[in-house]
Design a protein around this ligand. Structure first.
Ligand code: TRP
Length: 352
């Protein structure tokens, strides 16, 4: 039997190159060798209160983007998280075995809570805790944000997934998932849930940098190239990417902003091209304008065909509905089987 791979992307906006190289392209390569499930996490998106109309549109967009990037609904199950209500029920049941403390210590929670409450960067854990439970503020951190890792664990465990391809930022959530699986199994003396692992193709996890010279590409950073960007927008973004003032003397190591652009080139351009610009930096003959033109060209070769397909698929409501229905049916069938086992194990069964 094939191992089960499952992954999801939160429905908070269009997909960008970071999603593409970090997740989507891996999904596409995995769909033949694994029993594959890919979903759109619309319930997780609710933790940050998106505008309902926007959320609704995003779900459909991301489905179109999955398909345009090459996920094949005949080979993989593509579904919307909220189409599987069994997930919400198992989330309630699983929360009975999850500690408030371990959730509060999760890095993603501390980070989001701090931002939502407007607490300083250097606040201690104690300060954050005080703000959260204190009554002297009318701001609050919603309980859904706290239990985000429970919901994610349930997405994975309800499908009994073995492999979960995710980026580095999700490692801690995966670690919690394994812990919850072990805890459940040992509490009830069963071997129900496998412990899922992250997945990369041999090499290390790719970290896709943004265009602003600093960290990784991210929706909230405003430094993204989107798969849906048109040619003009994309070229403009790349031409405006942050660089440095040029190497001052031969043989210097790349500065951070230039290294970021080279990393993007490594993902999109031919190896000789990358080497050419590395050499040009080293001997101070580099011209950033040329380099960016080349980079934009090579990115467009990847994104433009995907963009065309997104536009086509997005207009095909009937096709999208068919894919979503088919995926929901398959995902639900499996989820319902696991949920029935959990109910039985926990004693939530009918007496009549
Ligand atoms: N938390 C993930 C993210 O923000 C999205 C996600 C939700 C997910 N449920 C999942 C990823 C289950 C993998 C498996 O990227």
């Amino acid at each position: 039997m094939k191992e089960v791979v499952l992954s999801g992307i939160r429905a908070t906006g269009n997909l960008h190159l970071g999603n593409y190289f970090g997740a989507l392209s891996k999904f596409v390569r995995m769909q033949d060798d694994y029993d594959s499930l890919f979903f759109i996490a619309d319930l997780h998106a609710l933790t940050t209160h998106p505008d309902p109309k926007t959320l609704h549109g995003n779900v459909k967009n991301i489905m179109a983007e999955y398909l345009a990037a090459g996920i094949d609904p005949e080979r993989a199950t593509i579904f919307v998280q909220s189409d599987v209500p069994e997930v919400s029920e198992l989330y309630l049941l699983m929360n009975m075995h999850v500690g408030i403390g371990e959730l509060m210590r999760t890095a993603s929670f501390k980070d989001k809570a701090r931002k939502q409450l407007g607490i300083r960067n250097d606040a201690t854990e104690g300060d954050i805790e005080q703000e959260i439970i204190g009554t002297n503020s009318n701001k609050r951190v919603n309980a859904g944000l706290l239990t985000y890792p429970t919901l994610m664990a349930v997405d994975i465990l309800i499908q009994k997934a073995n492999k979960v391809p995710v980026g580095k930022d999700q490692e801690q959530h995966l670690e919690l998932t394994r812990r919850f699986a072990r805890r459940f199994n040992s509490f009830y003396g069963v071997e129900l849930f496998p412990e899922p692992e992250n997945f990369n193709f041999g090499d290390h996890a790719v970290k896709v940098p943004g265009l602003d010279g600093s960290g990784k590409m991210g929706k909230s950073e405003g430094n993204c190239i989107y798969l849906i960007d048109d040619e003009k927008t994309l070229r403009k973004k790349v031409m405006r990417a942050v660089t440095d003032e040029g190497p001052k003397e031969p043989g210097l190591p790349l500065s951070q902003p230039v290294e970021n652009l080279i990393t993007l080139m490594e993902l999109t351009s031919a190896p000789e091209v990358v080497q050419h610009y590395r050499d040009a930096y080293a001997d101070c003959s580099i011209r950033y304008g040329d380099m960016k033109k080349q980079l934009a060209e090579d990115i467009l070769k990847i994104t433009l065909p995907i963009r065309e397909r997104i536009l086509d698929i997005r207009n095909d409501d009937e096709y999208l509905a068919r894919v979503a229905r088919m995926g929901a049916e398959k995902a639900r069938e499996r989820a319902a089987a696991t949920l029935a086992q959990v109910r039985e194990i926990m004693g939530i069964t009918k007496f009549y």
